[in-house]
Every structure is written in C-alpha cells, then in structure tokens.
Design a binder for this molecule. Structure first.
Ligand code: MSP
Length: 485
C-alpha cells in the first residue's frame, strides 16, 4: 500500500467528505456504509489530535424529484425537509459525527458557491453552447451513448433512457485530460485503491469528452439557473460536486472554513461515481484554478447473498432494522470488520448474526466481562491509566484508510488477551501469590483500556462504556453484547 499525504503526521487539519445523497425516501445499507466509513476515519483523526471537519449532505436539484413530488402531490420544500430528516435520523442512530449537512437547494449556503464556480469556468473560456442530442438516464443523472447501454437500457438502472435533444452549455473537460492524468499518476491526487486508480487512468488514456453542463429549465425546474441565462439550469453533477467547497463557505463572505480546510484530504465515494469525482471534478477545479483534493477513497458496493440488493430479489437489508435488533455499535462493527473498504462486501441476516456472536458477544463482550469481574473482585481500585497508549500500527492503518485491517488489529489483541487469561490463570494465581496475581490482573485491565481506546473511532459508545467501567473498577451489570440465537 502506498503512503498517503494525510499520513505524514504533520498536517493539523483534516477535511473528509461523504457523497451527498439523492433525496430518497428510504435509505439503504449503501448510505449507512459510506457515512460510517467517513465517520470512522474522521474520529480516528480526532483521536490523533487533528482538527477535523466532516461534511455530508443532500443532492436536491435532481430531475428525479419532479416525478416524486408530482406523484406525492407534495411541495418540493416539504418533501426535501421530510427526507433530510430521515437522513439525519439515521446518522444520529449510527452516531455519525458530521460537522455540516449541506443542501444543494440552500440558496444562501450552496447557490453562491455553485454560481461562483460557473463564473470561473466561463472566465476560463471553458463553457460554450452546443446542441446535445442523445440519451439521458435520470436515475444516474448522466448522458449516455448507444454503446454504453445494455439491451438499450441504462446499465445501472436497467431502464430505457430518455432521448433528449437540447441546446446546452458544455464544459471543455477534454482540455484537462492530460493534466488530470498527470496529477493522478504522480499521486498528487491519490486514488485509493490502485485498482480504481488504474480504472480511471485507462479512461483518461481514451481521452475525456466535453460534457453537457446545463439542462433546459423546463425539464429540470428546481435546478440552479445558469448565470445570465434563465432558460437553463446548471447540470446537477456540476452543481453537486461544488457542495464539497460550498459546505466550507466558498463563494460567500463567510469562507474562513474554506481557507482553513480546502483542499479536502479525502472524498469518500462509491465506485459507481468514480468518473464524476476523478475526472469531472478535478477538471472543474483546474479550470477554476482551485486546488485539487488530496485523495479519493473509492469503496465497493454492499451486496446481499452475492447479489445487488433489490426489492424484486427481496434481499434488501434496512439499516434501521439492523440497528433496532443489534444496536448501532454492532452495525458499525460489521461495516468496519467484515467489509473491505476497497472492494465489494456482502451482508445477509445470517452473516450479521454470526459476526455479532463471534466478534462481540463471545469476543469483546466476554473478554471485557472476564477481566472486569476479576478486577472488581481482587483490585481495590483501577490501575493508573497511562496517557498515551494507542499503538502506532493502529494509527498508521487508519491513516492509510485500512479500516478493516485496523479493526482486525484490535480483535487480534482481543484474541491474544483472551489467550493470556487462559494461560496465566490469574483467578488461581491470586490465591497462591496475591501480589503477583493482582499485578497480572492490573496488566490485563490496562490492555483492555488500550483496546477500549482503539475502539473510539469504530464503536464510540462501547469506547466510553468500557473506559468508565475500567475507571470505576466495576464489572458490567449486564452482558455488553447479548448472544443471539
Ligand atoms: N448524489 C450522488 C452523489 C453526488 S456526490 C457529489 C449519488 N447519490 S446516491 O444517493 O445515489 O448514492 C450515494 C452513495 O451511496 C454513492 O457513493 C454510492 O456509491 C453509494 N451506494 C449506493 N448503493 C450502494 C451499495 N449497495 N453499497 C455501497 N454503497 C452504495 O450518487
């Protein structure tokens, strides 16, 4: 694994972004996954004393919304506030520590940034008017060519795209192909993992086409009007990508956050939106003469039983249901430990239960209970806790976005500590040699404390619970994680 700019330990601030979601009424595991990844990385940075900013948001100016509100007979604002409440409820249930929730429908916070960006592209001579005739998938909010389709359908949504014949503004993306390629090849813009870096380099080798960057307002009535041409709105992806800087106040008077945190340290995205983030967004930033983000972490898709989750297959897993049954800590644990942040992952009810019982009920929960029972019984008070005890290896893994390996590192320590109890049998030792027995128990408590500290980014509530129990020298009143049958 290569080293990333954020791991040099010199930087005092860290800006991490989640993709902004389309305003879907129902949130699925994919949404829960990406914000959890971001949250773990953000908390891991904070744990290292780095000032961190973490933004999330909602991609409101999408054409999809027209159909939805017409069917629901609802006002756009009402629909958007209902949906963003759903997002916020899920984030709060999952303990997502975001600093900013940006709405692209926010005329005060977001629109000035989008308009400022558009004007910069115009100033650079990179916007021109041209005819577009072709295909458009509103699900992807993307223009397609015949050869992209599978049996005449959008390869992602399996729906027949709309045929559009429009006069739009185009962005001269082709002009930036070489420069983007050079930034990615040199690692100045680091794309993680390498497979995704190679994928985007192959695309760049074929050359980038210019992209249609506006749509007629009659087709997309809720978008941001193109400055100087009220018949057109800014293309939703151009508008949406700007959220990463408008969240920091770019384009408004209040842009201290932008000065402090831009360029972003990492945009976390799914592999399906790589091209937008690793080609179009850098092209826009280069044209506007703004710094590029330092890295893009591209995660895979969460499938269920080897298939994409879909209503028709009946394999959709609702994060809210999992949280209700197992608790948020268990959901965060599964996403961190059982899914690689770089590849597709799989989640079924069965797999979840197995992982929960093995890693939490029998693993962490059982270990904590054994150690705390011994310490409550044999130690007068908790041992002195050293100030810094987070292993460097754990921090290094987190700084390289290796969330799964960092979590494995914690569970390796849990396994070793468990074995140490078995081998050293402190409950017997303390009866033969009280002094020595107490020493061994105290050393186990300290190791458990280090485990609790490492859990901070992964399972923040368990981190607090364990640290408190240790400090109060108390065994848990109830098992931390009840075994499920
Ligand atoms: N609005 C755009 C993003 C704009 S960012 C400037 C969008 N929204 S989305 O709601 O469709 O998807 C949001 C994120 O969820 C994407 O990163 C996507 O990769 C992710 N996922 C959607 N389904 C997923 C899974 N089944 N598994 C993991 N992530 C998935 O795209």
């Amino acid at each position: 694994m290569e080293e990333f700019p954020i791991s040099n330990g010199m930087k005092k601030s860290f800006y991490i972004t989640s993709p902004i979601f389309y305003p879907n009424a129902r949130l699925h595991m994919g949404h829960a996954y990406v914000v959890t990844l971001c949250d773990i990385l953000a908390r891991a940075k904070k744990l290292q004393g780095v000032e961190t900013y973490f933004s999330v948001g909602s991609d409101d100016n999408t054409g999809k919304i027209v159909k939805i509100i017409t069917e629901k007979n609802q006002k756009v604002e009402d629909y958007l506030s209902e949906v963003s409440q759903n997002f916020k409820d899920l984030y709060s249930k999952l303990d997502i520590s975001y600093d900013q929730f940006i709405h692209t429908s926010d005329k005060e916070k977001h629109w000035p940034g989008a308009i400022a960006m558009w004007n910069k592209l115009v100033e650079a001579g990179d916007i021109y008017k041209s005819k577009y005739s072709g295909l458009y998938c509103v699900g992807c909010e993307t223009f397609y060519t015949e050869k992209d389709l599978v049996d005449g359908k959008c390869p992602v949504h399996l729906t027949v795209p709309e045929t559009v014949d429009e006069e739009n503004y185009f962005f001269r993306l082709s002009k930036y192909t070489k420069e983007i390629k050079q930034k990615i090849e040199s690692g100045e813009l680091s794309i993680v993992p390498n497979t995704r870096k190679n994928e985007i380099l192959a695309l760049l080798d074929r050359g980038l086409d210019d992209v249609s960057f506006s749509r007629p307002i009659k087709n997309v009535p809720h978008g941001i009007p193109v400055p100087g041409d009220p018949t057109q709105v800014i293309y939703v992806w151009c508008d949406a990508l700007v959220n990463y800087i408008s969240a920091l106040g770019y384009g408004t008077k209040d842009d201290q956050l932008y000065t402090k945190f831009w360029p972003a340290d990492v945009h976390v995205i799914g592999k399906d939106i790589l091209r937008f983030h690793a080609a179009i967004w850098p092209g826009m930033l280069l044209s506007a003469d703004l710094p590029l983000p330092k890295s893009i972490l591209v995660h895979g898709m969460i499938n269920s039983g080897g298939h994409k989750m879909s209503k028709s297959l009946g394999n959709v897993i609702d994060p809210n249901e999992l949280i209700a049954e197992y608790g948020k800590e268990a959901v965060r644990y599964y996403l961190a430990r059982e899914v690689s942040p770089f590849e597709d992952g799989d989640l079924t009810a069965e797999k979840f239960k197995e992982a929960y019982n093995a890693g939490l009920a029998n693993g962490l929960g059982n270990l904590a209970s054994r150690i705390l029972t011994l310490s409550e019984k044999y130690l007068e008070k908790a041992p002195e806790i050293p100030e810094h005890s987070i292993p460097q290896e754990f921090k290094d893994l987190m700084n390289k976005f290796e969330i799964q390996k960092a979590t494995d590192f914690v569970w390796k320590e849990i396994g070793e500590l468990d074995k140490f109890i078995q081998d050293s049998e402190p409950f017997k030792l303390v009866k033969v040699d009280e002094e020595k027995g107490k020493e061994v128990i105290a050393s186990m408590v300290l190791r458990l404390y280090t485990i609790a500290r490492m859990l901070n980014p992964i399972m923040p509530e368990t981190n607090v619970t364990l640290k408190n129990l240790i400090k109060q020298n108390k065994k848990p009143a109830n098992p931390l994680f009840l075994r499920k049958n």
